[in-house]
Design a protein. Structure first.
Length: 269
């Protein structure tokens, strides 16, 4: 009997609350989720339900109030280079070129490597995301989509255990969004990075994910439902849109968001 691989990420009763005059304001409560090595999982839910809070706790950028997070077999609540993060805005330093922005992280993580090796790493990922001819331009000279490509290259160049994406394409036009989804999937296939992504876009979640985790409405949001996406990889967007399973997946997610997101499984309602 072949046992399944151990999860790369385990979230056990993860809870986040903040003090308030009326007592603790609970944003996320008893959030349970495991991610297998190389799995692509998306969090979806209404605005304010705590999706980004969960991602921020996994990144170590927001403290955990209760519960435990186990990454690679070790409990942690701190940030580290084992998690690459891509935000909605890539947060590039404007006085540095695209190459220098990527090198900033590479130099910190791989300070023992030779300078030529670090340069090769940054150049490789910038070329893979399509910036081979623009890597020495400054953010002010790049489009929003190109800046986001730099952010993606920067995250992958750290060669982390996990990739965390917080609505990375939310500020882009539809065409640029679809182009960067393909870039992301190509990189993900090469590296097989375990990925946790936050999005509001149902279609994006279906196209990119192995599983979609639906969160209940806040406060005290939790996992409301999980949908396994049935499409094989690599994926063809046109073929997926034509598949009857696509409409079923889409309807499942929309029905949850429109009719069931206020129900909490933990309360049996």
């Amino acid at each position: 009997m072949i046992l399944p691989p151990a999860p790369i990420l385990e979230l056990f009763k993860l809870t986040k609350s903040y003090p308030s005059p009326k007592g603790p304001a609970v944003i996320v409560k008893d959030f349970n989720l495991n991610l297998a090595p190389g799995e692509f999982v998306t969090l979806i839910g209404h605005s304010g339900c705590g999706k980004s809070t969960v991602l921020s706790m996994v990144a170590g950028l927001t403290g955990v109030t209760e519960g435990a997070m186990i990454l690679g077999g070790r409990e942690t609540d701190q940030a580290g280079p084992d998690r690459g993060v891509v935000f909605q805005s890539p947060c590039l330093l404007p006085w540095m070129t695209a190459f220098e922005n990527v090198m900033l992280g590479v130099n910190q993580v791989y300070f023992n490597a030779r300078k030529s090796e670090r340069r090769d790493l940054a150049e490789y990922y910038l070329s893979v995301v399509g910036l081979g001819n623009a890597m020495h331009k400054y953010p002010g000279e790049l489009s929003q989509g190109m800046c986001q490509r730099v952010g993606i290259a920067r995250a992958f160049a750290l060669q982390p255990k996990m990739l965390l994406l917080d609505e990375p394409f939310g500020m882009l036009d539809s065409l640029t969004k679809m182009e960067l989804q393909e870039v992301l999937l190509a990189l993900w296939r090469r590296n097989k990075l375990t990925t946790l992504m936050v999005t509001h876009d149902v279609d994006e979640a279906i196209f990119l994910s192995d599983r979609v985790v639906m969160m209940t409405d806040g406060p005290a949001a939790e996992v409301g439902d999980i949908l396994t996406i049935p499409f094989d990889r690599p994926r063809n967007r046109v073929a997926i849109l034509a598949d009857p399973c696509y409409a079923e997946c889409r309807n499942h997610l929309l029905t949850f968001l429109n009719e069931r997101s206020h129900l909490r499984p933990s309360q049996g309602k």
